[in-house]
Design a binder for this molecule. Structure first.
Ligand code: DHB
Ligand code: MG
Length: 216
């Protein structure tokens, strides 16, 4: 077996998406409603959602922390991968997004399994106890990722998962003149993850690039 990797192209991404367990009508409705209310369409891809559920189930996760609720798509998705007494604590700064997510969580099949915490990630995370989560998912303002990582390394237990969205910087990772102002922050964060000895980690080329790390 050689160590060579195949080039992952747009064609591969489409191929993967077409062969992934599809999302259910509820999540499709959620996205339609969120778009109608002017919430940006920057939720995770269905194949990424499916992969994260598989990871959470394989890790037998019960407690998950999320930074960046947006419309609640990923929180509901992750909650569905937890046992009945599991919980997703998800943090959202924008009141409009938190309101929307709470409404959709309430009518979902995992209503009792998602708590929306309002505020800045760095105001809420310090209130979560050490070793109180089996997994974390970072998907918020990219400039704060280093601080969120430090907090999550405290909150997630040893052997737990830390997942981080947008390692491919909205597709602009290698752009010479990126249009998004957060691309530099993503590049710096990727280098920080690579040098974080507390994690065994890898970027999975799914969605916009998903960091998956296990806390050593
Ligand atoms: C943006 C943020 C995200 O977390 C994402 O997955 C895609 C886009 C953004 O800020 O543009
Ligand atoms: Mg994202």
């Amino acid at each position: 077996m050689s160590e060579q990797s195949s080039l992952v192209t747009d064609q591969h991404f489409r191929y993967i998406a077409e062969r992934t367990t599809p999302e259910d009508p509820f999540l499709k409705d959620l996205k339609r409603a969120a778009t109608a209310e002017g919430i940006p369409s920057i939720w995770i891809a269905p194949e990424q959602a499916s992969f994260m559920q598989i990871l959470l189930q394989a890790a037998r996760a019960r407690e998950v922390v999320e930074v960046g609720t947006l419309a609640g798509y990923s929180a509901i998705t992750m909650a569905r991968a937890l046992p009945a007494d599991g919980r997703v604590r998800t943090i959202e700064l924008e009141a409009k997004h938190a309101d929307f997510a709470e409404r959709w969580v309430a009518k979902s099949d995992v209503a009792g399994r998602v708590q929306v915490h309002r505020g800045k990630g760095m105001d809420v995370l310090p209130g979560f106890a050490a070793d109180s989560a089996d997994a974390a998912f970072l998907d918020a303002d990219k400039g704060s990722y280093p601080q969120y990582l430090t907090e999550c390394l405290r909150i997630v237990r040893r052997g737990g998962l830390i997942m981080v969205d947008n390692a491919f910087a909205f597709g602009e990772l290698f752009a010479t003149t990126p249009s998004d102002r957060e691309v530099g922050a993503i590049r710096a964060f990727n280098d920080l993850m690579a040098k974080t000895p507390a994690l065994q980690s890898v970027i999975v080329p799914i969605g916009d690039g998903l960091w998956v790390g296990v806390k050593r």
